[in-house]
Ligand binder design. Sequence first.
Ligand code: 13P
Ligand code: SF4
Length: 322
Amino acid sequence: MTQNFSELQKKILRLKKEKKALILAHNYQTIDIQEIADFVGDSLQLARKSAEPNGYEMIIFAGVKFMAEMAAILSPEVPVYIPDPRALCPLAAYLDAEKICAKKKEYPGVPVVVYVNTTAAAKSEADYICTSGSAVEVVESLGVNRVIFGPDANLADYVRTHTNVEIIDLDEEGHCYVHDKFDTDMLKELKAKYPNSLAIAHPECPLEVQTAADMIGSTGMMAKTVAETKSKVILIATEMGMIQQLQKNHPDKKIIPIFEGAVCRQMKKHTLEKILYVLEERPEENLVTVPEEYVPHIRQILEQMNKVKGQGPATAVTAEAS
Ligand code: 13P
Ligand code: SF4
């Protein structure tokens, strides 16, 4: 597929080469940003890319802050910049270190697994870390009967329904405002209209939506499944950036958002103009740093997470639609 780039995109592509910059973008970025990125993926895939040795002189991370922090920790030699430092995931801001300490006191000896969507301070109190694409595998790899898990209660439900490990919520109210908006009526309505469609939901969606979907998985798994499925109509329950990407990459398939209002305002703070500015100026305020005292522990648990295989083929709830 040949790509027609805008003048601004061409300028960024030229400068990126000149400055030896690596641009990483999350699947929820707008399509114009995805087009100029070196790599687009889910949290786990982006963490892995950040950790790869490379000859780059800077990384520009178009995602929310906790993701850019992950890159800064895993790639200590290369400065990491975020196009808009105000791109903060509200789910990550939700959980503070004190809440984790209180749970640890309540359940002494029970390991704490935190979702990667957390602040560095919260991660510093965790024993293990996971993404949506590695949550089940990380929890199962521990060989224990129960774990403390959070902050996303819907992801906790997903893990609970896919393992025999008892899951103690860090916070039963923890959720992502984008994914919590999905409901089963939206899904049922579209399923009635497109009976042969394949419905895929992100595990941050409420459990009832997960159960009604044909598959559940990370955004990376969604990209893989849509590429491999024979289904011509795919219903997607996640953020709209993913829909744009899937439709662009698969013009022969009909990609339908289950809810068009699912837009992450924080992910959308990044723009091409801001990426260009960072490339040209390397501004201090866009440099991503993590307090030194947190770094060794977080690096260790991130590296440990990167060793798990992660979500390969999707978790099939029902047989794949034809
Ligand atoms: P993924 O790791 O599946 O891309 O999810 C990240 C996220 O923030 C979902 O809201
Ligand atoms: Fe955070 Fe939700 Fe946005 Fe993902 S979609 S970055 S969990 S607010």
